[in-house]
Design a protein around this ligand. Sequence first.
Ligand code: ADP
Ligand code: ZN
Length: 732
Amino acid sequence: MTPADARFAPGDRVGVLTAQPLDRALDYAAPEGGCRTGDFVEVPLGPRRVLGVVWGPGEGSFDAAKLRAVSGVVDVPPMRDEMREFLSRAAQYTLTPLPAMLRLATRSPGLGSGPATRRVYARGTGEPDRMTNARRRVLGVLDEHGGLGFTLGELAQMAGTGTGVVKGLVGHGAVVEREAPRDGPYPRLDPDLPGKALAGDQAEAAEALAEAVSGGTYGTTLLRGVTGSGKTEVYLEAVAACLRAGRQALVLLPEIALTAEFLSRVEARFGAKPAEWHHGVTQTERRRAWKMVAANGAQLIVGARSALFLPFADLGLVVVDEEHDTSYKQEDGVLYSARDMAVLRASICSAQVVLASATPSLESWANVEAGKYRGLTLTSRYGTAALPEMGAIDMRAEDVPPGRWVSPALAGEVRARLEKGEQSLLFLNRRGYAPVTICRACGHMIGCPHCDARMVEHRFLKRLVCHQCGESTAVPETCPSCEVAGKLAAVGPGVERMAEEAAALFPEARVEVLSSDMYTSARALKARIEEIAAGGADIVVGTQLVAKGHNFPHLTLVGVIDADLGLQGSDLRAAERTFQLMRQVAGRAGRAEKPGAALMQTFQPEHPVIRAILTGDEDAFWAAEAAQRRAAGVPPYGRMAGIVLSSPDPQAAFDLGTRLVRAGEPLRRIGAEIFGPAPAPVARIRGRHRVRLLVKADKAAPLQQAISDWLARVDVKGDLRLTVDIDPQSFY
Ligand code: ADP
Ligand code: ZN
């Protein structure tokens, strides 16, 4: 790799990588004033100007006389060597073209444009004619913290007044308006403010992490501990050590609805809020975050998986909270696992990684067993909170009328909580009202016109929605097949229907549904979760959204409506996922002083996974699961790649699959096996027919190289599309 300080004189041939869908860097002439490797530049491409990065010297094959010049160097810090190396290695690992990787690293609005300003309000020299309480508060805020000034909204909010009060003070000269650069540094976080007093295994774990971070070398630690055992408190001490060392920290969360709670914890610990990076953040804030991360004006970033591609000036720590969460795997565009890429990025820039989870992935568990990761375990819940009592409700012995799902046993437990003024959660991992709509006249089930999937009724939206492609239609009056009116019936439960049942069973209770599709914005969802956590509902009906680490201090009962749901799939991780999900959901109960209980409705209480959940013997579960996977040679003890072929024409997709199998010599050479072609479990999405191949290899086999050689032998033309998913997590 060319070092970042390689300079090019004006007119020198340089290779510029853009995020355009090309397969390599293009040659340009260095601009007036020259440029360096890593510089962000604008280059002409056809009739347009696009953003790119100087990747190194040009290849030299393009006619020098026709070489176009770089239009200009963008005024941001150049891309660091380690970032170029990270992108290159991530591209090789995921078999993604480098430009697509670069696109992830340049997702900042207005990167190329000059610094924008914004209007801020600061203390002026004048005094108001008359002092009111509201005015005093505004001036108080400015006197106390107001050096650089605040936006109108910020200032009014901090002073707890309307914006009119601030405007009024401008009239008197007590407050002045001015334009200030928008992309200012974030407030300093102070690692030396006192944290919570840690004791016992918390203190030991915090110390071990802090020491590793101060060492300034690469390492990965799996931090295990049941929900509420204080993992967050512990890794905040690793963040403190990182800030003390003057390096930057990144905390990844699986769900942006979790960030509000985390931001307040950071503020309580370090005296200010960190920078945020996820799709719920405004464009201007994203731009500021990107620039400040590069300029070392942001010490801590809290974000979604894409924050891994931010241009850190000096990244010293990455925390992946709830590391087992499936949302860390990006399932469209570039298929990458943020957990694995965090480890790669950290190993390149000598940073520490902390993977935190109550229910780690088998991959991480196995890496600890193999000595690749360090393992730290917090053994008990913090304070008095005890782990919930786990129990099964044998549905074979319960009398539940058709169209109802809450057993009398579970209903009795909910009633007991209502009487004590405590919260209950009814958990069902299915969005919408009912998964199937069937015509009682002809038996037709309403499906998506573009996908091999049933339309799911969302009564709240008054629509039928396809969960594969998002297609939606109004709920019809008549059957689309036999045209008989009034015979369409909802079959099976979704959370909306559960809420209806709960309201019928407990008319006096306040019932709330918590499902991502019922809120128009991440902000609205966050706000609602906080209200519920504060006691704003008696019964919460929720999807896996609630399993993800929210604190519900009044919640003392979790009722799992269908514990068997996840066990049905043929997915290799079905048992692992069910185990994790059930343990996570159960962990929602009894987090404060009140003890909790978790009850699972199941038709197979003797199933090994259900038994493992009930007995809580995690290590036994993991060991048994590991033994099975090792015997089958599947991840994490073997490697897999999923290949999806799609086309509007089913035969064409299948034929491509057959050609690929015939051309499979490069795979067979490394001892890999090819399975398929077979119709994908979801055989059609958005009108495209889908066929899958599965490649399975030994753990040590050079899988990516073999796949590249293999795919190079087969033409994928016209309407055909091929995607490669290394280490697939889903098999739909
Ligand atoms: P986890 O991340 O493992 O779910 P948290 O770090 O969120 O656990 O801790 C659970 C609760 O216990 C939080 O409200 C946290 O503030 C509190 N807590 C944990 N450790 C301590 C401590 N040492 N002192 C005071 N409160 C603590
Ligand atoms: Zn569809």
